[in-house]
Design a binder for this molecule. Structure first.
Ligand code: PEP
Length: 248
């Protein structure tokens, strides 16, 4: 039985004041059987750690370097994430791929660096609208995942999360239908089972892309949708809590 995970990706939003209010709002009255995670901008991780320690809400990063330390101006290392008790780190978000030019190999290196520090990667994958319309959704998603599986090797597949995020649904208000989401999630699980059936059965596959309170329950009711990665709606405490509640 996979426990659902609901993760908020706050992107480059917030201030110490607004983050205090948002965290207070999320923690107060939160009711969910899901594991709940927030990923604030890295500079606010310590603030999140102070406010969330001892609560049911976990904290993590939106991105990480694959290097441990050294002359990498502006980067944050997996060791630093571990030092601040991040349990999860998002990697390969479509904004990292499209704006910052991250390749599947770059993402695979981050995956390995995180696992080696005992941090759970949330590996984002997904196709653009052009790729969906060309009928290549699974080809794209398979390549994104297979590169990671190959680089990681079987020893690093004990605990990771995949987030299927169709690029055309991120921040657009367009959401995959429950059928579209389930079709890709099931295909991802089948892909994992080609490597290892037990990995396929235990790995959580989240849906992301304009998930909100109004559509969360029907998306997460699918057998292969194990929670959500939430952007915009995670910046409003009541909306995020409603999604957490819908997860069970
Ligand atoms: C995201 O950026 O991961 C995301 C899913 O954003 P939104 O919910 O705003 O579409």
């Amino acid at each position: 039985m996979r426990q659902p995970l609901v993760a908020g990706n706050w992107k480059m939003n917030g201030s110490s004041q607004s983050i205090r209010e948002l965290l207070d709002g999320i923690v107060s009255g939160l009711e969910s059987k899901a594991e709940v995670l927030v990923c604030p901008p890295a500079i606010y991780i310590q603030q999140a750690r102070e406010m969330l320690s001892g609560t049911a809400v976990k904290w993590g990063l939106q991105n990480v370097s694959d290097k441990a330390s050294g002359a990498f101006t502006g980067e944050t290392s997996p060791l630093m994430a571990k030092d601040l008790d991040c349990k999860y780190v998002i990697i390969g978000h479509s904004e990292r791929r499209s704006i910052f030019g991250e390749t599947d190999k770059d993402v695979a290196a981050k995956f390995c660096a995180l696992v080696d520090q005992g941090i759970v990667p949330i590996l984002c994958v997904g196709e653009t609208l052009e790729e969906r319309e060309a009928g290549t959704t699974m080809k794209v998603v398979e390549k994104q995942i297979e590169t990671v599986l190959q680089e990681a090797g079987s020893n690093r597949l004990g605990n990771f999360v995949i987030a299927y995020e169709p690029v055309w649904a991120i921040g657009t208000g367009l959401t995959a239908t429950p059928e579209q989401a389930q079709e890709v999630h099931a295909a991802i699980r089948e892909l994992l089972s080609r490597t290892d059936e037990s990995v396929a059965q235990k790995t959580r596959i989240l849906y992301g892309g304009s998930m909100k309170a109004a559509n969360a329950a029907e998306l997460m009711a699918n057998p292969d949708v194990d929670g959500g990665l939430i952007g915009g709606a995670s910046l409003v405490a009541e909306d995020f809590k409603a999604i957490c509640h819908a997860a069970g």
